[in-house]
Design a protein around this ligand. Sequence first.
Ligand code: DC
Length: 231
Amino acid sequence: MGQASVVAIDGPAGSGKSTLGRALAARLGYLYFDTGVLYRAVTWLALQTGVDPADEGAVVALVERARPDVSRATRKDGRLYTVTIDGRDVTWDIRELAVDASVSVVSAHARLRQALLGVQRAIAARGRVVLVGRDIGTVVAPEADVKIYLDASPAVRAERRYRELLARGVITSLAEVQAEMRRRDEIDSGRAAAPLAPAPDAIVISSDCLSVDQEVKAVAELVTNRPGRDC
Ligand code: DC
């Protein structure tokens, strides 16, 4: 039995993908890569430069000029990595509510997804990596050794997201977070380009009744005990 080297974790917002991905990567000594930051950085730049998030041509023109980049953390302020675009450190800016509100529209553009595919695949090709997103198991790394689709009920997901925002000092209400999440779900799952869906060979896990430790343990076992990998 051998160890898997690319782990794909997909699922909707608030399902706990990032928490699982981070903890799993730390446990395995793998790189953790949250692909959502690429779409968030482009969205931030569009908003900043007055580009309409719905204008595919204009959004694609933005990334042709300024690719988002993810590197090791450059500051000790609680970040796990540093995200830059067009020379600006946007690690925290990309978590703002304005970005949340437009990122699904931006990430539905097929040509943008194509433009961001190379960087994601290059990271997957290095191996020993946990990739987290919406289309990792279906499009970015269909050959991933282990594919997880992490889900949770809408109520649990909204509550988690609400607490996360409160902890960061963002003023909002649970009802607002629920409505925003429903809207994002509809766009992410209904878009033509790489919609959010479990890969046929993904293992679907519901995080509602599992602790992070239980999830990490279960997935780590899948990663380290993949029968038949060495044949
Ligand atoms: O995981 P997140 O909330 O940071 O993702 C932000 C948005 O980016 C989400 O609404 C869908 C999009 N996304 C995507 O389309 N494909 C990915 N691989 C990752 C994120």
